[in-house]
Design a protein around this ligand. Structure first.
Ligand code: UGA
Length: 437
């Protein structure tokens, strides 16, 4: 089966490489010459564990190649995936579909024979209909079917998520397209990953509903965490206690500094806008968005409070900048707001992240970048753990204590038991748990 992936960003590259690994022939296309040149030189432009190996193995096996030109590979393709970006439209939060429709028009001009066009980008309900209209009205006679196939990949765990998905959602009722999509995902089907076929509009909404629900779940536990701090309860134990109920489930109940990343903030906002447009407002999600925005700033205030209410002239060491571990992605990371709040308060902010510092340089104000946790902790008045990278999970507190000016640890991911931290002479501030010294 010949597959073309339009857009070699995060989703396109991971999906393209994994589909090649299933045995299909995949061409990943991108308009960025620099990106394609880099991929052809064997460089992988994003950090995703395991991706470089899959790309090189499949290139060597002749199943994966890259192209700046769309027309030639599309002409011989059975399936063309659209995996271009759908950023928030400036000003109103709607998903910006400029790139999706531009890709659709270019594909339409190039397809030959029956071809399945699949939207993998996160697109609002009705986008598949619009793509179909473009084909029907502007390129009549082309034999195509448009399918929605949202992705549910988590950054940092994308390869596993692609190869061992909970489900594959496929929005189409066209019998020929159903057959083709079964063939695309046949290797997974043998692993018994359910292929869930539904109408295209339903599939498009499933993607937004899933992300909005998860964002809401995180926000719920974050508010429970705030309450725990007031009443002296422990949010991790509450999460465990409710998570054992299978109707609730134990995932996405980790309290923290608020969700970030390239998906939840953008998709919740886009769902809110769509719902308002259809006069069917989603107040739960509107509130989720507002609570999460406030929370990031509140985490800055939490650090200030841990420094006796004043950070002016104090050195603060920030461990972790990316929106979560195992990625170099800084988009909408809580660290951006937290660092800004500390800079506003007059702090001298030193930061370290294993993968995110290059991207951070474009987003953070005047901070000092260090080479590891211990270097930035030297002389610090507080150490703040913002992203739970593995290398921060077993800090040498004895060494740290000897380096810092004041032994204060603000653990915004709740990775340490208070007893362990306090035993080493630190004051400990967590999220929704007992703090103490
Ligand atoms: C998310 C979804 O989990 C994927 O299923 C989806 O495919 C993807 O968006 C997308 O739409 O492309 P991702 O943004 O990579 O994936 O990361 P998550 O692991 O979902 O984490 C998102 C944010 O929530 C992070 O800032 C993380 O720290 C935070 N989070 C997550 C919590 O604060 N608590 C939790 O319990 C879980």
């Amino acid at each position: 089966m010949r597959i073309v992936m339009i857009g070699s960003g995060y989703v396109g590259l991971v999906s393209g490489a994994c589909l090649a690994d299933f045995g299909h022939h995949v061409t990943c296309v991108d308009k960025s010459e620099a990106k394609i040149d880099a991929l052809e030189r064997g460089e992988v432009p994003i950090f995703e564990p395991g991706l470089d190996t899959i790309i090189s193995q499949n290139r060597n096996a002749g199943r994966l190649d890259f192209s700046k030109d769309l027309a030639a590979p599309v002409a011989s393709a059975d399936v063309v995936f659209i995996a271009v970006g759908t950023p928030s439209r400036r000003g109103d939060g709607h998903a910006d579909l400029t790139y999706v429709y531009a890709a659709a028009r270019e594909i339409a001009a190039a397809v030959e024979g029956f071809t399945v066009i699949v939207t993998k980008s996160t697109v609002p309900v009705g986008t598949g209909d619009e793509i179909e209209r473009i084909f029907r009205e502007e390129f009549p006679g082309k034999d195509i079917a448009v399918v929605s196939n949202p992705e549910f990949l988590r950054e940092g765990a994308a390869i596993t998520d692609f190869k061992r998905p909970d489900r594959i959602v496929l929005g189409t009722e066209e019998p020929r397209a159903i057959e083709v999509m079964r063939e695309v995902y046949r290797p997974l089907y043998l692993n018994e990953a359910p292929l869930y076929f539904c109408e295209r509009r339903t599939s498009e909404l499933i993607k937004y509903a899933a992300n909005a629900f998860l964002a809401m779940k995180i926000t719920f536990i974050n508010e429970i965490a705030d309450l725990c701090e007031q009443i002296g309860a422990d949010v991790q134990k509450v999460a465990k206690g409710i998570g054992m109920d299978k109707r609730i489930g134990d995932k996405f109940l980790h309290a923290g500094p608020g969700y970030g990343g390239s998906c939840f903030p953008k998709d919740t906002l886009a769902l809110v806008k769509t719902a308002q447009d259809y006069d069917s407002p989603m107040r739960l999600i509107e509130t989720t968005v507002a609570i999460n925005d406030n929370r990031k700033r509140a985490m800055g205030r939490k650090v200030v409070a841990a420094c006796d209410g004043n950070v002016r002239g104090k050195k603060i060491a920030i461990l972790g900048l990316t929106f979560k571990p195992n990625t170099d992605d800084m988009r909408d990371a809580p660290s951006i707001t937290i660092v800004q709040a500390l800079l506003d308060g007059g702090a001298d902010v030193h930061v370290y992240d294993p993968e995110g510092m290059e991207a951070a340089k474009e987003m953070l104000g005047p901070v000092v970048y260090g080479k590891d946790a211990y270097e930035i902790a030297e002389g610090a008045d507080a150490v703040v753990l913002v992203t739970e990278w593995d290398e921060f999970r077993a800090l040498d507190f004895k060494r740290l204590k000897a380096l810092v000016n004041k032994p204060v640890l603000v653990d915004l991911r709740n990775i340490y038991p208070i007893a362990e931290v306090v035993r080493h002479g630190f004051s400990y501030f967590a999220v929704g748990k007992k703090s103490g010294s």
